[in-house]
Design a protein around this ligand. Sequence first.
Ligand code: SF4
Length: 275
Amino acid sequence: MPSIVRGACPHDCPDTCATLVTVDTGTGRATRIQGDPAHPVTSGFLCAKVNRYLERTYHPDRLRTPLRRVGPKGSGRFEPVRWDVAIADIAQRLADVRDRHGAEAILPYSYAGTMGMLQGSSMDRRFFHRLGASMLARTICAEAGRVGMAMTVGANIGTDPEGVPQADLIVLWGTNTLTANPHLWPFILEARANGARLLCIDPIRTRTAEQCDEWLPATSSITTTSRATRPGSTSCARVPPSGRPLASPRSRGSMNRASSSLARSTGAPAPASSA
Ligand code: SF4
């Protein structure tokens, strides 16, 4: 007897798709996963990766036991061990570090492969806090973006996808939207049908860049927001790290072209070019 279980995609993806999973109540196995057609952003489809989620979940080659390395690093030699053996081994090593150097010699570092509250951001925190390990924002890759958002728009918030069709100019900055968050694309197409212009800033000419009105191959580490709305309320900015100059003449050229393009599209005065 099948039943439908509502869920949300656990991946670190801005689309946050709503899922409908069909479960065979006799066996407890999921037999189908689909996007929720009633969800305004998911619109009944999932990306290629999550469409095959069940295949991955039940794949016979999936790792089911811990593996212990038995050769030198890089040799690729591992042997399966029981869970209790693996946990005891790891606990002993952590205890050794704590006893010899103090608990702060342990630095937990991870990020959001799976964003469930249990797996992603709760139990491990409790464990390491209890242990007295060093504290880290847990991600060194997203922190620059978070701070950049706070500096430019005042908070670490995303763009409301349902507001995108009202934009006059859309800047896709360092995002391959068609691949990485495809559910934004229908809203972008709607904006374009309303006359919006599409600008892509990316060192790679991705398939998203191919679809835009303009592609600027920026190469430096620049943090920005991604959408301009009505003229006069442009929310784009560029923030070189620590106020240092952009990395290369090519980057500066790209940035100057981006600034000019934004100014053309919004009617706002162009900022002075960076040398
Ligand atoms: S686009 Fe794919 S990865 Fe992103 S939330 Fe939807 S199903 Fe998950």
